[in-house]
Design a protein around this ligand. Structure first.
Ligand code: PLP
Length: 376
């Protein structure tokens, strides 16, 4: 790593350096836009932009031309709305928390209406204010998570007065299996969405997440809605990743040691050495979002050499086996790579038995965060 960056991180007392490449984020957004054209592409920035920092991420994407943003919770929208320029739309995927409608209308949020209850509350808010309020209407096409059941949507289409005071900007649905391109659910959901859309023939459609965007033009509808691909993870499992990596994570070495045969390593003494061994201790652990399951499975890299985790992952530290390095090659204050050129975010997630989404959103606040700005 860059000496100045390592020095700044250590002087600040951090145990790791999280580099966030906003240029790569921008390149990924532009790539998705080219792929979806002429359909516009929004950005899903829920959960603090998948852990990367919603302020910098949304600013970068706005500068790249993005004018539609999605968060999940009303709370996230209240925080993002003031800094977001007025010509950018901000949608709330989970719908508004009950009781937050008046404040949401005041703030200019656009809820996704997922249920008859959410619809009625938003329509009542419009009526009380004597205005028309915008909304997205979600239909559940096969995930059973959020959205009107198709029958409820039919009932709504037959009672359009329930939409009085509302302007439905998009009819929306969400794919459950888009990361598996061969999964039959994709085509089934597309068919169900087409059927549902006939109930609202003049309403634009919003459908594809990252995986859906790569399933082909028939999935693009009128607005794409990617999240994870923007942040550099693979949109489809078992396929080469077309996106640029956005994050790199390096962890600091606290100390090194040589232990004799018969030495217990880490909590629970789950490993006992059968020969003398060289070890290093890293300054990050499960409190920093590194899965405890990586104990005995994970590895870091130093000068291209793989150094396996040994014993359990602690809250604030991880022990690694450094026998593969020449003696003295690694010392306190050096940094080893956990996510980077030798180990992708997706590869780390797989080693931990999880997905890139979970790794990203768990990255804790203790890292030294280094933002690399996008070129204008
Ligand atoms: C999180 C989410 C997305 C983004 O999905 P990715 O797989 O990250 O592209 C899109 N739509 C909805 C409804 C979501 O919840």
């Amino acid at each position: 790593m860059d000496q100045a960056l390592a020095k700044a991180a250590l002087e600040g007392g951090a145990g790791g350096v999280l580099r966030i490449d906003l240029g790569a984020l921008k390149a990924n957004y532009l790539k998705l836009r080219r792929l979806a054209a002429p359909t516009p592409v929004s950005a899903v920035v829920k959960a603090d932009a998948y852990g990367l920092g919603v302020a910098a991420v949304s600013e970068t994407l706005y500068a790249a031309g993005c004018r539609h943003f999605f968060v999940a919770l009303t709370r996230e929208a209240f925080e993002l709305r003031p800094p977001l320029p007025a010509d950018a739309a901000l949608y709330v995927l989970n719908g508004l928390a009950p009781g937050s409608e008046a404040r949401a209308a005041e703030a200019g949020l656009i809820p996704v209406l997922n249920s008859p209850e959410q619809l009625d509350a938003w329509a009542a808010t419009a009526k009380a204010r004597g205005t028309t309020l915008p909304a997205l209407l979600q239909v559940d096409t096969g995930m059973s998570r959020l959205g009107f059941m198709p029958d409820d949507l039919k009932a709504l289409a037959l009672a359009p007065e329930r939409l009085d005071g509302l302007r439905i900007d998009y009819l929306m649905s969400h794919l459950a299996c888009a990361d598996e391109p061969a999964h039959p659910a994709n085509g089934e959901q597309l068919g169900a969405f087409e059927l549902a859309s006939r109930l609202f023939p003049d309403t634009p459609l919003c459908f594809a997440n990252s995986g859906g965007l790569f399933l082909g033009a028939e999935y693009h509808a009128d607005l794409c809605r990617p999240g994870i691909a923007l942040y550099g993870a693979a949109p489809h499992v078992d396929r080469p990743n077309p996106m640029q990596p956005v994050i790199a994570l390096e962890l600091a070495v606290v100390q090194t040691r040589i232990v004799p045969a018969g030495t217990r390593i880490g909590y629970g003494g789950t490993v006992v050495t059968d020969a003398p061994k060289r070890l290093a201790t890293l300054s990050a652990g499960y409190a920093d979002g590194l899965p405890r399951r990586l104990g005995g499975q994970g590895a870091v890299y130093f000068n291209g050499v793989r150094l396996p985790f040994i014993g359990r992952v602690s809250m604030d530290s991880i022990i690694i086996d450094i026998d593969a390095l020449p003696e003295g090659a690694l010392k306190a204050g050096d940094f080893v790579e956990l996510i980077g050129a030798h180990q992708s975010l997706d590869a780390l997630a797989e080693a931990a038995g999880t997905i890139a989404y979970e790794i990203l959103t768990q990255l804790g606040p203790r890292y030294h965060r280094h933002l690399i700005p996008a070129e204008a």
